[in-house]
Write a protein that binds this ligand. Sequence first.
Ligand code: ATP
Ligand code: MG
Length: 320
Amino acid sequence: MEDRGAERIAEFIEPLRVRPGSTVRLERDFDPRDKGGLRKREGVELLRSGVELLAEYQQRLAAQDTYGVLMCLQALDAGGKDGTIRHVMSGVNPQGVRVSSFKVPSAEELGHDYLWRYARRLPARGDIAIFNRSHYEEVLVVRVHPELLVRQRLPGLVEGAKFWKQRYREINHWERYLTDNGFRVVKIFLNLSKEEQRTRFLKRLDLPEKNWKFSAADVRERRYWDDYQHAFSEMLSATSTRWAPWYVVPADHKWYARVCTAAVLAHTLMDIDPQYPKVAKAARKELLVAKRNLEREAPEGRPADPYAARHTTADGRKRR
Ligand code: ATP
Ligand code: MG
């Protein structure tokens, strides 16, 4: 049953995966309006079961305490990162998840190598970390606005294709290192169309309760749309690897973006397939001794083990 589910999820997300080594041209290769042939009602239902699945797997991930998962979310403004995180992670235990948002780097952050601030927010074993924007900003906003590099005070040549190639290589190596050490990197790009971005900005202006979300800077950044499409295409081509592939999620329909994101994360967790630790024989003996001691403490008239009494039938079978 579980295997069939895993297979179905793998098939569902396959068209979103950027094949390592392929050359991506976003506008040509991925349609932001795609709904995968689903209706919204079906999508919402799928998301509900996805959220349950994630909750179960997260518990196992935490119990096994061997692997960690890092999910990076990239999108243009109004791409729906916040809502996606809220919905996809709605069922998981907050103790096992940490969301980090990355904005313009601070003076302290700029005093370090560019991966430093991201490394500080990596997950521990057993945890899921979510990056709302990520180290990929270093090859996106920084590539579109290379003047930002001045503040990074880098030695040597910091321009041209060679420089960006070096950054992609460093990022790939860093993710390889993390993967080899038990930390899986899941990368999602919420792919929004220019027209849908315009609609969402206008909605923020039209509805008073959305006004706080509107930023004139976002509209200014929209002028660089084509440069961003190019930077995203280059990034997807250079950094979708066997160990950490990119998934391009159509984002014009929020409900569909959420289903896809949940499916990609579930796929990773199912692939890890974390198991609850088995208690060793010696430790089991200790548990039995503790059980007997507690049973001896039962007051007059109370069952030796109230929990077992409640949950087993007279002939010793588990009650459902
Ligand atoms: P929201 O608008 O939903 O609160 P957001 O992620 O857009 O979320 P903002 O504070 O609006 O947050 O924007 C953060 C800005 O920081 C973005 O414009 C992003 O490009 C910029 N940024 C992130 N990382 C870097 C970086 N390494 N160098 C320069 N700018 C960066
Ligand atoms: Mg913003």
